[in-house]
Write a protein that binds this ligand. Structure first.
Ligand SMILES: NC(=O)c1ccc[n+]([C@@H]2O[C@H](COP(=O)([O-])OP(=O)(O)OC[C@H]3O[C@@H](n4cnc5c(N)ncnc54)[C@H](OP(=O)(O)O)[C@@H]3O)[C@@H](O)[C@H]2O)c1
Length: 252
């Protein structure tokens, strides 16, 4: 990637205080973008992300907003655009995964919270930035989904459904916003973040053994895929889901 690929561009990354979102923020800053770092509750981590982004020499802001709340998302977009300028690059990354030990429990409270964060939380920032992108005839959007939205995992019925909705949103929106706006999604496999901290050693070993590329994914792996989809290198790609999982989803 050209180190100035995103020079002069403004990027908003939702859920960028930790994990995958933080790695994306740093990667885009490294390639010249100004960065708006959204978080929900973890201001200490958000500030750490901002310090790391600032080391790349670009402008940045941090902004607290619950991504499932329309008014808060409006304020996030307004604040980003007034402080950094119009948003060129949007990464909808904020998400939650509340896995159930009993697959048939189908806890409705968890369902509503998951859909609000993962589905509404993807739609709302897109809805807010799209009019500006369409008017300026430029925009790149990447949504973080999951292999759970493609595969069959009994303990991920709710989470998988929310991530399948993200894939469908991206596919269906892509032709409506073309040709000046491109929108794609990235489906990570298991990535080393707080989200998978409950996995024990045995489960990890099992996953590595069943992954063709023989390791658990790192946040940088996803940041690299996102950066590619936001860059000119993917200029003939829209409406797609790029699986980044070490080859597991391809297994029968
Ligand atoms: N890790 C994996 O194995 C994996 C695999 C496939 C897909 N994914 C997806 O990748 C994305 C990032 O996951 P991760 O592993 O980096 O998660 P993580 O380490 O748990 O971080 C989640 C991030 O999302 C933010 N967030 C959560 N709810 C929010 C809300 N309502 N409003 C605004 N921000 C909110 C958090 O903010 P606070 O710090 O303020 O709480 C944090 O920045 C998610 O969409 C996840 O579903 C992850």
């Amino acid at each position: 990637m050209n180190a100035s690929e995103f020079k002069g561009k403004v990027a908003l990354i939702t859920g960028a205080s930790r994990g995958i979102g933080r790695a994306i923020a740093i990667e885009l800053a490294k390639n010249g973008a100004s960065i708006s770092i959204n978080y929900n509750s973890n201001i200490k981590s958000a500030k750490e992300t901002q310090n790391l982004v600032n080391e790349m020499g670009t402008k940045s802001i941090i902004f607290k907003a619950n991504i499932s709340k329309e008014k808060e998302v409006k304020r996030l977009i307004e604040s980003t655009e007034s402080k950094l300028g119009p948003i060129d690059l949007l990464v909808t990354n904020a998400g939650i995964a509340k896995l159930s030990k009993n697959p048939l429990e189908l806890d409705y409270k968890v369902w509503k919270e998951t859909m609000a964060t993962n589905v509404d939380g993807t739609l709302l920032p897109i809805k807010e930035v799209l009019p500006g992108m369409m008017k300026r005839k430029f925009g790149r959007i990447v949504c973080i989904t999951s292999v759970a939205g493609i595969g069959m995992r009994p303990n991920m019925i709710t989470y998988g459904t929310s991530k399948a909705a993200v894939i469908a949103l991206v596919r269906n929106l892509s032709s409506a916003v073309a040709p000046h706006v491109r929108i794609n999604s990235v489906a990570p496999g298991l990535i080393e973040t707080d989200m998978i901290e409950s996995l024990d050693k045995k489960a990890r070993k099992n996953i590595v053994e069943n992954t063709p590329l023989q390791r658990i994914g790192q946040t940088q792996d996803i940041a690299n895929t996102v950066s590619y989809l936001l860059s000119e290198k993917s200029d003939f790609t829209t409406g797609q889901t790029l699986v980044t999982d070490g080859g597991r989803v391809c297994l029968p």
